[in-house]
Write a protein that binds this ligand. Structure first.
Ligand SMILES: *Cc1c(COP(=O)(O)O)cnc(C)c1O
Length: 397
């Protein structure tokens, strides 16, 4: 009997070279959080007190006044928006998502930040009953456009930090905060995947939101951190729209443990292991004609590099997407980061590997590229058809 839960359940034993993807199970939960979750599951715990304990840990790590744990960063967005509309008015909290008697129910957000991370960011605003007000155009947003979008009905300004957002023409956070604060509007920063736990609040954001299950290596959860009055107002939503976004004791305990482990984590050692993986993959790929592996830094400045693998189909005998798909098949499937693959490249992300897996990834690269090298024709499936196939959902069949 295997001890791999995936094989026990008839699932594929994938290796994750794509980064922190919720659809692949997010991240490897750190041992401290695994132990805390296991210990908590068998106990009764007073949740309000546990959330006070979480608040102290979140405050210490983020520099915010207070914090709490919710189901996910997506939940944190909705609860934070709700907080800016209702404050701690319990009756207003119970009336949400009906905002008719509230004086403020609009949320300004740069158009280039209205992206999807698996669900639309603006839907997270609408779920609270608020109305998203786009600022500027997808590839340009200026301070005067933000100022012009703010009215007496503006409850909050939402800023998204992510590789998903448009990476140019957007307002820097400092300018965004300056314009919003000059008009008395609180700023919420969605920093779901950002390693920087202190910088956004230090820059003046009123609330900063994180995922527990991404870089932190916690169980599924979300973190709200920042101004005490807003954190409290967001927390109180748990007796309203937050009920369906409830986190359990295991999520709270696991998040606390992951945060405390983050403080003690050997960040330099991890970086060195990640660099070694990138070096190994680069060495593996270099002999193959038409394959150009280049190390690139993370686009939002996280201390993380990835290997960009550009594939010239005529020389490599395979397209980038067929190589990505090939790697993802077979007995040792490797899932790569392929959301820009139509440009002829994908990324290998080293941040979620178990010991020994970097070597397996290298072997798989070698296997698939050897098959292509020996192929008499270029392995090139139709990209449009691939898009259609991937967009189709037949679940649960
Ligand atoms: C992942 C992500 C989210 C959602 O986080 P969850 O905790 O998985 O709900 C929100 N915003 C951004 C920018 C993300 O990357």
């Amino acid at each position: 009997m295997t001890d791999d839960i995936r094989l026990q359940m008839g699932l594929r034993p994938i290796i994750n070279a794509s980064g922190t993807m919720t659809s692949l199970g997010a991240s490897i939960v750190v041992p401290e959080a695994v132990a805390a979750v296991a210990a908590a599951l068998r106990q009764f715990i007073e949740i309000g007190d546990l959330q006070k304990r979480a608040s102290a840990t979140i405050a210490r790590l983020t520099g915010g006044e207070a914090g709490f744990v919710t189901a996910s960063c997506a939940a944190a967005i909705t609860l934070s928006v709700a907080a800016t509309m209702t404050g701690d008015d319990r009756a207003a909290i119970e009336r949400l998502p009906d905002t008719r008697r509230l004086s403020r129910d609009e949320v300004v957000i740069q158009s280039g930040h209205m992206v999807g991370y698996g669900a639309p960011v603006d839907q997270g605003i609408r779920l609270a009953g608020a109305k998203p007000v786009p600022v500027g155009q997808a590839t340009s947003a200026e301070g005067w456009q933000l100022a012009g979008a703010i009215t007496e009905r503006t409850a909050a300004a939402l800023y998204v930090v992510s590789h998903h957002v448009v990476q140019y023409g957007q307002m820097p956070l400092g300018e965004f905060i300056e314009v919003a604060h000059a008009r008395g509007v609180p700023v919420i920063v969605d920093a779901a995947s950002e390693y920087d736990l202190r910088g956004f609040l230090a820059a003046g954001a009123d609330l900063a939101l994180y995922s527990s299950h991404k870089f932190l290596g916690g169980p599924t959860g979300g973190i709200v951190a920042g101004r005490k009055d807003l954190v409290r107002a967001a927390y109180l939503q748990n007796n309203g729209i937050g009920r369906g976004m409830k986190v359990g004791k295991e999520g709270i305990v696991g998040t606390i443990a992951a945060l405390e482990a983050w403080e003690r984590r050997d960040h330099h050692g991890i970086r060195a292991r990640e660099r070694a993986a990138l070096g190994l993959w680069q060495e593996t790929l270099e002999p193959f004609a038409g394959v150009a592996p280049v190390i690139e830094p993370d686009p939002t400045g996280n201390p993380l590099d990835r290997l960009r693998v550009a594939v010239d189909p005529s020389a490599a005998h395979i397209t980038a997407w067929d190589l990505a798909d090939g790697l993802g098949r077979g007995a040792r499937p490797v899932i790569v980061r392929d959301h820009e693959v139509e440009h002829g490249y994908f990324y290998l992300d080293p941040c979620n590997l178990h010991p020994g897996q970097a070597e397996i990834v290298a072997e798989r690269l070698n296997e698939e590229l050897e098959i292509a090298r020996r192929s008499n024709t270029v392995i090139a499936t139709d990209l449009t058809e691939r898009r259609r196939r991937r967009a189709r959902s037949t679940w649960p069949d």
